[in-house]
Design a protein around this ligand. Sequence first.
Ligand SMILES: Cc1cc2nc3c(=O)[nH]c(=O)nc-3n(C[C@H](O)[C@H](O)[C@H](O)COP(=O)(O)OP(=O)(O)OC[C@H]3O[C@@H](n4cnc5c(N)ncnc54)[C@H](O)[C@@H]3O)c2cc1C
Length: 458
Amino acid sequence: MNYDVIIVGAGPGGIFSAYELVKLNPALKIAVFEAGNSLDKRKCPIDGVKIKSCIGCESCAIMNGFGGAGAFSDGKYNITNQFGGTLFEYIGKNEAIDLMKYVDEINLSHGGEGTKLYSTANSEIKRMCLQNGLHLLDAQVRHLGTDINYVVLENLYNELKDKVEFFFRTPVEKVEKLDESSGYRVYTKDGSYSCTTCIISVGRSGSKWMETVCKDLNIPTKSNRVDIGVRVELPAEIFASLTDELYESKIVYRTAKFEDLVRTFCMNPHGAVVNENTNGIVTVNGHSYEDPEKHTENTNFALLVSKHFSKPFKDSNGYGESIARLSNMLGGGVIVQRFGDLVRGRRSNEERIREGYVTPTLAATPGDLSLVIPKRILDGIIEMIYALDKICPGTANDDTLLYGVEVKFYNMEVEIDENLETCHKGLYVIGDGSGVTHSLSHASASGVYVARHIAKDS
Ligand SMILES: Cc1cc2nc3c(=O)[nH]c(=O)nc-3n(C[C@H](O)[C@H](O)[C@H](O)COP(=O)(O)OP(=O)(O)OC[C@H]3O[C@@H](n4cnc5c(N)ncnc54)[C@H](O)[C@@H]3O)c2cc1C
C-alpha cells in the first residue's frame, strides 16, 4: 500500500497533524498507525475489586490508543512557552503561542465550548508567591476535564475516520528509508506500507522504539533529564485560593539547602490520584473531572525535582526507573505516607492513614518514602511544602498525603531542524517522542506545524 503521508502514533501530535493535513489538502492519502486501541475500546482492567493492580496488558489502555497518553488525562491545555516543552526554540515564541491558540479553537469547536480558560496575568497570587520565595509561572490554562477531553477526542475521530485510514493495534516495528527521494517504508506485523512523507509521533510510551529508529537511521540524539518527586493530596479548601482563580498554578521554589529547583506540576482541584504505568513500572499521577458530580473533596498536585546528569552517566530515564522500581518493590506499586509521619521519620501504616483527616483517593500501600527517594530530592520537597504552607496554610499539616513516586520520564532529544524534520528529508519527529514537547498543547501544536509545512510542499 502506498500513502502520501504515514503518521505513526495517534496521540495529540498524530491527531492534530492528520486534522490539519486533511483540512489543507483533502486529496492526500493518509494512514495513521497506532499501537493501541480505538478510543471506544480503551479500557483499563483495574476495577479495584477483581483486579487491583496493573496486570501488564499487551497494550496499556491508559497510555496507548487513539488520544495517546492524554486520552484519560485532566485535559489541561497550557498556552505558554514557560513550560510544557521547548517547541518555541525551533519555531519561535509567537508561532508556538499562535499554534497553541489554534489548537484551543479546534478543541472548543469539537465539544470543548463552555470550558473555562484560566490565566495568571495580573494575579495577586503572583505577588503573594514572590513575597514568600515562590515563583508563579505565566500561563493561560484551558481545563477540558477528563470527561470533555474524551468528547473532543470522540468528535475529532468521527470527523477524521472517513478521510484518514486508521490502523489500530498495529505498532510499527521498523521504519526503512527507501532510495533517495522515494520516501519510507514502515513494517508492521500485518505487512509493510510505503509513503513519501512519514511523521513519527510516538510519545513517551514509544521512547524505547524511537531510540531504535534513530539508531537504524543514524539520526543523532542527546540524552535528556528525568523529574522525580511525589504527588501531594490535601483537602481542596486548603488550595482553593489558588485553584479557584488559576485552576492550575506552576510554582517554582529554589531550596535554601541545595539551591535545587522544586516545582508544582499537574494540579487537579477536587481530583483523584491515579496509577500510571510506564514500561511495566507503576508510578503515580492525577486527574480531575469537569463535571461537579465527579468531584472529590481533595486537590492533588505533584512536587518534582529535575535531575540533569553530566558525563559519563547517560541513562537519566534508567535512574528514574530504578527509583520507581524501589517503590514498586517495597509497596507492590505506589506508596502513600502522611507528611507528619515523613517528618517524624516513621512509616505510615493502614491505621494512621485511616485515622487521618484526608481520605486517600488512590488505594496505595502505606509506607516510608524516605526509603525510596534520594535524600537531596526529599529534603527539597519537604522544604517546598513548608514554603507552600505560607501561601496556602495547611499544606504542611500532618495529614497531608504524599504518594510516591511520581516520575516524569523525558524522551531523548531527537535532532530535528526548524521544520521538525530529521536529517532525512520527509521524515519528521514530533510531540513528546521527539523530546521537544512534554504536554498536550505543545504536542498538538507540533502536529499542526508539520502538517502546514508538508501541505505547503504537496
Ligand atoms: C495520566 C496522564 C495525565 C496527563 N495530563 C496532562 C495534562 O493535563 N496536560 C498536559 O499538557 N499533559 C498531560 N499529560 C501528558 C500528555 O498526555 C502528553 O504530553 C501528550 O499526550 C503527548 O502527546 P504525543 O502525541 O506526543 O504522545 P502520546 O500522547 O504519548 O501518543 C503517542 C501514541 O503513539 C503510539 N505509539 C507508540 N509507539 C508506537 C509504534 N511503534 N507504532 C504505532 N504507534 C505507537 C502510542 O500507543 C500512543 O497512543 C498527561 C499524561 C498522563 C499519562
